[in-house]
Design a protein around this ligand. Sequence first.
Ligand SMILES: [Zn+2]
Ligand SMILES: [Zn+2]
Length: 391
Amino acid sequence: MATFDIPTEQWAQVVEKSGGPAVYKKIPVQKPGPDEVLINVKYSGVCHTDLHAMMGDWPLETKMPLVGGHEGAGVVVAKGELVKDVELGDHAGIKWLNGSCLACSFCMQADEPLCSHALLSGYTVDGSFQQYAIAKAAHVAHLPKDLDLEAVAPVLCAGITVYKGLKESGARPGQWVAIVGAGGGLGNMAIQYAKAMGLNAIAIDGGAEKGAACKELGAAAYVDFLSTSDLVKEVKAATPEGLGPHAVLLLAVSEKPFQQATEYVRSRGTVVCIGLPAKAYLKAPVFDTVVRMITIKGSYVGNRQDTQEAIDFYARGMIKAPFKTVGLSQLQDIYTMMHENKVVGRNGGAGSVILAIFAIFGIEHDVSLLNFPLRSGMPPDLILIWILELV
Ligand SMILES: [Zn+2]
Ligand SMILES: [Zn+2]
């Protein structure tokens, strides 16, 4: 069995008070408990949820001080004495659901995201923005050793989330699914997972550039909400017989697309809510919902099995996500960009249009910014996913 030299101190990004900032500093390396593993994190994705956690935006309290991050990929370097199915040297992923009780009626039925004792990485327990992070062994994602730890990181959040949503939709191979907010980070992944599952994806977002990108990723059709005069009609027209898609995946974080989906979903179809618009409500006509037998449901994150399936699609080369990698020390720069982009919007000629798109389809994972200094040849507004490298 492999052995590892584990330092007593490590670099981490620590939020010391609600509202931030994240402070890059050295902290002690923790020891795993009996049912836990210690993972030497090599790469971690940065998600908008991490910013919400730092800012204290949600009604659920975070631990404090807090090490954020819930898309960490690395190597298992230590484990507790009860851990049997994870070996030292294994590659493993830290995801949002860090652990659960495994004993309640939800956990018994593999609905562990609903466990009232769930531990959330980078929220109620320290996450992956540190070189050595702890996770419950039962819940870590098992990563094949030939998988690139850098590229797989965003699959651990965005990938699992959209894959779970597609499963929850009940859509079967050959059927049609509308993906609302398809141009964002989650949406880009949803198009690819849909295609890999044998579904026909109708991408909905704003602007020609996003349309081209969605088509390239495998969308069967693209509906531009900025240029269409009748979105409902156009979405239905894209499906056989004009009956509408069998399922709708709502990844948007504004309310309107949530109100509209029942208008174009096919009779007997399913509307799945994933995006979290602040203070939004769902409204649907009761008459239509009844006589057209429409199902409206929510989908949260995946369970252990969903996680392994989502990784398996990725391992087979069916999912690609463009990303940009910077050092762990630069986390606060990314937060600042995310924050400014949301609050102030963009500068420049196309600014107002892009701001409008962002306001309507401001996807949680859509970290596109104009003002950030370029660190690679990639224009910053094409960067949907940021990865941190932990040296
Ligand atoms: Zn996330
Ligand atoms: Zn439980």
